[in-house]
Design a protein around this ligand. Structure first.
Ligand code: NI
Ligand code: MN
Length: 227
């Protein structure tokens, strides 16, 4: 299983040849300039956590070019369809979909969701992905919430992709508590440094996780890691 980081909250997860792109916001991200080419990204699926521009900006273009199936909240799908995206599958909290690579459950996220034009975006969601290899939790933009404890009941979370940038989402201290809640050892950071409000001290963040017996990883933009 391979995980590439395209900056902010955007990752490409590859499971047995299936490529899942999360929250594509690349062309507007100064930190990703020259490191990620949005015209060559391949995707079979695009998972979108909510309607904010820093999660959806490049979704219409990539979805239309690749034909990837977009999985998002009903209201996000409705908006994308108006943008000309044809291959959308609407979901909501509590649902589960089964794919060749495994299954995905749509989890609660404590945040807001409106579309770039201000229309209603429904509720923000996260993704709990179960596969025969590993189970991954991608929380989306969220505050720390006791609902995360449900994931420890569903199964073993091998790695959690969590926001650590504070201000709009959890900071790294709460992300570390979230790691305890979902009972995972390994967290991969997202939603930090992209703009002024969310610049963090990465050395302090990693040290905090180490003190709690957990690992926090920052993947370089444009790089990938093996899970
Ligand atoms: Ni947001
Ligand atoms: Mn965001």
């Amino acid at each position: 299983m391979k995980l590439a980081y395209f900056g902010h909250s955007c990752f490409l997860l590859e499971i047995k040849g299936t490529k899942i792109l999360f929250d594509p916001f690349i062309s507007g991200n100064e930190l990703a300039k020259g490191k990620v080419d949005i015209h060559t990204i391949e995707a079979d699926f695009i998972f979108i956590s909510h309607g904010h521009g820093d999660h959806i900006a490049d979704a219409p273009a990539i979805a239309n070019r690749t034909g990837a199936k977009v999985i998002a909240a009903y209201e996000v799908c409705s908006w994308l369809e108006v943008q000309g995206v044809k291959n959308c599958h609407p979901v909501n909290h509590g649902g589960r979909l089964t794919f060749d690579f495994g299954s995905v459950k749509f989890t609660n996220a404590i945040h807001s969701s409106s579309m770039p034009d201000g229309t209603y975006g429904g509720n923000p969601i996260g993704f709990y992905i179960e596969t025969t290899e590993k189970n991954i939790y991608y929380s989306g933009d969220t505050a720390l919430t006791y609902d995360m404890k449900l994931l420890a009941d569903y199964g073993k979370v091998d790695v959690a992709l969590l926001p650590v940038g504070d201000n709009f989402t959890m900071g790294y201290e709460d992300a570390c508590i979230a790691a305890h809640f979902v009972n995972t050892q390994h967290v991969i950071a997202l939603h930090y440094d992209t703009f002024g409000y969310i610049v963090i001290d990465k050395v302090a963040a990693k040290a905090h996780f180490e003190q709690q017996g957990k690992t926090l990883s920052f993947v370089e933009i444009g790089n990938s890691i093996q899970l």
